[in-house]
Ligand binder design. Structure first.
Ligand code: GP9
Ligand code: MN
Length: 710
């Protein structure tokens, strides 16, 4: 013991102590918080040793500080920073099953207001272990139980430590490459990089990559655009003549069902439907519903879903496209196309702050004319949960703005209440609805908030019907992404009548289905549940064709879901993919009928290889398009580039009213059509908060500088 404490009193000893402690902490994270899919003893060995090289490398830098009063603060500072990086990744992983990239980190400040609530819910009692050693060491230093060693390490020895660590890292990398060829060459494998090289190496690698993107943007040329255009032209799917234009000229109402997965549809718990209203829509013959429709989001989650639906290009392999590139990207998306081709007014209704996911900037680049964010509603007291105004109130309080919009409009509602951690005040819970009892509170609460969301949609539909808006609208509802993450799917297994012990990656992939419904009242009653495979990337061309607008001239990666030429290969953001017959995950091919690894004939192998190539090509071309901002070089016929400076989201109602007045008799807003009478009273809700006083402090902070005088 004495010997040990003597050793720790030397600089090398102190260095070894910190390296070993951090090594253990990383292993602790590997085995408790992360699930890295380690296979076989070789991978296991690499995993055990991978934190060592980078930790030693980083901490060895302190040796170059000769004076004790520099050496100790520097090495402790490095240890604290390294622990913070590890810990933030732990928190992040709990929600996203992924690691933080530089893009996420730099985008963080833009989104953290909304994240803070659930980040807190993501902490765990055992997190103490990540910080305990640092506290103990600092206390021991203060009590002078650990002594500062005044003897400096010579430059040569310091250099020897650094080079040794580098050699060690080289060995680590070589082993990694042996087990997984092209480890660093492949863009999408964050889990692999951490598994083989550790978090520090991953972060360093990512830093280099994001620098690379900056360089690429600057050097991009028009000829790169041609490559993308050639691909999307070749994959264009002709509209189905039976469907083309069936919703022509109608209002488009988009309802973004937060975290809503397909398995909730028709699900009964304790004999009761979770979402009776959405189920009735799903089965209505006014509704074209898709039951093999997958979300395709990456780390950008909601914002990735929005990006795909608005632009039919994929999100990025890392981070959120909205948050990282969206401020200055060129988009040719739905609001601008609909406005320029068919005179649509565009608006977003969302109960969270405008800065979340950088929407306040991105929407201007997309050409959205109105953005009714949290600052437009009373979000005080119990009217909001972590991500903003409760859904029932969002629909109700949006009416005064919605009715002022000139028709036809393209209006998007982004709901929030069914968002992790699925908190709902007791007053909002339906006493008649009994949820599951899985022991996993996220799963149990998920059904409660989904049930609430269902009620809110029903109330909105009642309003639409009462005012007649329903009759000349197409209402598009979709789930943006999973609500229950892969690590919790086993808790869900029993609810789905499955066995948690046999749960596989195949089951995880199948659960990525989300609802996609086009409700088109009075369109002939041919609505049905369509089994075509597709995903979020396909929505924009489908919608445009329903509205009678050809999508041919635009660069879009998806294809019309109703088209005979529609491609049924559904790419996930990590290059895994699903087809009607197979599910391909990390190179393993599963047979959809059996859920087991497929035995493939030569011909089938060829087919799957082709599909794989298609997936890789479309993802990488989409990335090239967005990362290099190539659309700035593309000028489709009749498309006027969006100028974000034309948009300003303050005083939305006043602006809409000014247009009403200017148009006079020609105004097509619902308010004008209703003889300048408000339709707000046509909305009825049982939301208990509606009568609560608004003097309580706000649950979400309104930070929009434009947020006054609405
Ligand atoms: C926040 C909301 C949630 O405004 O859209 O985004 P998510 O966390 O699901 O990406
Ligand atoms: Mn979401």
């Amino acid at each position: 013991m004495k010997k040990l404490s003597k050793f720790v009193d030397t600089r090398i000893g102190f260095f070894v102590l910190l390296v070993v402690l951090f090594w253990f902490k990383t292993l602790f994270a590997y085995f408790t918080d992360f699930s890295l899919g380690v296979e076989g003893p070789f991978q296991f060995l690499i995993l055990i040793f991978n934190p060592l090289a980078t930790t030693a490398l980083i901490y060895s830098l302190a040796f170059y500080f000769k004076r004790a009063r520099f050496f100790y603060p520097v090495i402790m500072g490095l240890d604290i920073a390294n622990t913070l990086l590890l810990y933030l990744n732990v928190i992040y992983y709990r929600e996203f099953t992924d690691f933080m990239t530089i893009a996420t980190m730099t985008g963080y400040s833009k989104v953290n207001q909304g994240l803070s609530g659930s980040s807190l819910a993501l902490t765990n009692l055992h997190d103490v272990f990540y910080w305990l050693d640092i506290v103990v060491i600092l206390v021991l230093m203060l009590l002078r139980k650990i002594h500062f060693d005044p003897r400096a390490i010579g430059s040569r020895l310091a250099f020897a430590f650094t080079s040794m660590s580098l050699v060690l890292f080289g060995v680590n990398l070589a082993f990694g490459e042996m087990s997984r060829p092209q480890l660093l060459g492949r863009t999408f494998d964050r889990n692999y990089i951490v598994k083989y090289l550790g978090i520090d190496a991953f972060t360093g690698y990512d830093l280099v990559k994001s620098q690379h993107i900056n360089d690429m943007r600057q050097s991009a040329t028009k000829s790169e655009l041609e490559k993308v255009k050639k691909f999307t032209d070749k994959h264009y799917a002709k509209a189905n003549p039976q469907m083309f234009g069936i919703a022509k000229g109608r209002n488009v109402i988009v309802i973004h069902l937060e975290s809503f997965q397909q398995f909730i549809i028709d699900k009964k718990i304790n004999g009761q439907e979770v979402t009776p209203f959405l189920n009735s829509l799903y089965h209505s013959n006014d509704t074209y519903a898709f039951d093999n429709f997958f979300h395709q989001v990456g780390q950008g989650k909601t914002s990735d879903a929005e990006n795909m639906l608005e632009t039919s290009t994929f999100g990025l392999p890392q981070g959120s496209l909205f948050a990282t590139l969206g401020s200055d990207n060129t988009f040719q998306g739905a609001p601008a196309i609909l406005n320029q081709r068919a005179g649509y007014t565009s608006a977003v209704f969302h109960g969270n702050v405008a800065s979340f996911w950088n929407r306040n900037n991105v929407y201007k680049n997309l050409g959205y004319q109105y953005f009714f964010d949290a600052s437009y509603y009373d979000t005080s007291g119990d009217k909001a949960t972590g991500y903003g105004l409760k859904d029932k109130l969002l629909f109700k309080d949006s009416i005064k703005y919605l009715q002022a919009l000139q028709q036809p409009f393209y209006a998007k509602y982004i709901t929030v209440t069914n968002h992790f951690p699925y908190d709902l005040d007791d007053e909002d819970k339906d006493p008649n609805f009994q949820t599951t009892n899985t022991g996993d509170s996220n799963v149990d609460n998920y059904f409660v908030t989904a049930h609430y969301l269902d009620q809110s949609i029903q109330q909105f539909f009642d309003y639409l019907k009462k005012t007649g808006l329903y009759d000349h609208s197409i209402i598009m509802l979709y789930g943006d992404h999973y609500g229950i993450s892969n690590s919790e799917n086993t808790s869900l297994a029993s609810v789905l009548d499955k066995n948690a012990d046999d749960w596989t990656d195949f089951d995880n992939a199948q659960l990525q289905r989300v609802p996609m419904m086009f409700v088109i009242p009075h369109s002939g009653g041919h609505g049905h549940i369509d089994h075509t495979y597709g995903g979020e990337i396909d929505v924009l061309p489908t919608l445009l064709h329903l509205l009678g607008i050809s999508s041919k001239r635009y660069i879009q990666f998806g294809t019309d879901l109703f088209s005979k030429q529609h491609s049924q290969v559904v790419a996930f953001r990590n290059q895994d993919f699903v087809t009607p017959h197979y599910t391909v995950i990390g190179g393993t091919v599963y047979d959809n009928r059996t859920g087991k690894e497929a035995k493939l004939t030569k011909k089938q192998q060829e087919r799957i290889k082709k599909d794989h190539e298609l997936v890789n090509t479309e993802l990488s071309l989409s990335d090239s398009l967005n990362e290099k901002n190539l659309l700035r070089f593309y000028h489709p016929k009749g498309f006027k580039a969006v100028n974000p400076a034309d948009y300003n989201y303050s005083n939305g109602l006043k602006r809409a009213e000014r247009i009403e007045r200017k148009k006079g008799n020609k105004s097509t807003s619902l308010y004008s059509e209703n003889h300048d009478q408000s339709t707000e009273n046509d909305f009825s809700t049982d939301a208990p908060e509606q009568n609560h006083s608004s003097t309580d402090s706000n649950r979400i902070k309104i930070t929009n500088p434009d947020a006054n005088n609405k």
